[in-house]
Design a protein around this ligand. Sequence first.
Ligand code: ADP
Ligand code: MG
Length: 343
Amino acid sequence: NSQLNPTYTFENYIEGDCNRLARSAGYAVANKPGTTSFNPLMVYGGVGLGKTHLVQAIGNQIKNSNPEKFVLYVSSEKFVNQFIESLKTNNVQDFANFYLLVDILIIDDVQFLSGKEKTQEMFFHIFNHLHQSGKQIVMTSDCPPRDLKGLEERLLSRFKWGLTADLQSPDFETRMAIIQKKMQGDGIDIPDNVVEYLAYSVDTNVRELEGVLISLIAQSSLNRKEIDLELAKQALKHIIEDVETEVNLDFIQKTVAEYFQVSLDSLKAKTRKKEIVTARQVAMYFAKEFTSHSLKSIGYHFGGRDHSTVIHSVQTVSDLIDTDKKFKASIQELQKKFKSKAG
Ligand code: ADP
Ligand code: MG
């Protein structure tokens, strides 16, 4: 079992300026696995921009034209968990042997290997063996290799042997084409002005765009109405309202700044004044608790701080809660605000 999702193909992967290099490199690899200079192929880009879709399309294409090849897709998270399991059950050799048999190894989200030294050592071993035997390796990451903190240098230098290509946010025309393709695939008619309206309004990532389309389709069948501009506006408003009532980073920063009577800007500034530092740490603490932002992203939204600063802040606040009764009461008061908003 290759663990591939057959719906992720090149055929339904829309090409645009945002993905041209990555897509054509992927296509080349899919047609000549292991024999192009794109080995390894490393695709990186932000959330929802199509990394998983693209690398699975490579896998599907290879599998279809070479049924005898052993294509394996694995998330880095699963790789780590399998490895840990094999350590526990004394089956490390079996784990390694399994991966050494693979012809095309597709490993998704390698940033997840960060800090996991033993797993990296194992991956290094597998990587070298496969690469030397002319097997194809395809990887994805949420950031460029040079920013992959917590990954061993010798592994990073291997990643640079092949080709590194990025995925950018899709431009307007690509978003239009993606919407049309998705609706076509679902057999749903969608007027041009609605396609334009949506492509114009949702400019973050493809996953979000798909979320809006799903909501639009749902609205349409719920109201027994054809899809039109009015319905699209409604569907979008639903999504935007959802986002706004959610406890998001902005809301946390505003609420905490008000509570501590410091300015919103100071939370993102360099200043180390004690009352500001405390407010900043508390806001980070709640960002960690109430949002799904990664430590890295939280740091980024607090004036470009590092993820270790966020870890330190969360720890400091937890320690203070344990030792300072007054502080604990403040935290509980704030927590109530966020909980009632979160519903
Ligand atoms: P990532 O792995 O980068 O977070 P995914 O590959 O899961 O992103 O993509 C999110 C969704 O967007 C998927 O449903 C995928 O099919 C779709 N998608 C992304 N890029 C494209 C594209 N260029 N054409 C068509 N669909 C796309
Ligand atoms: Mg993915």
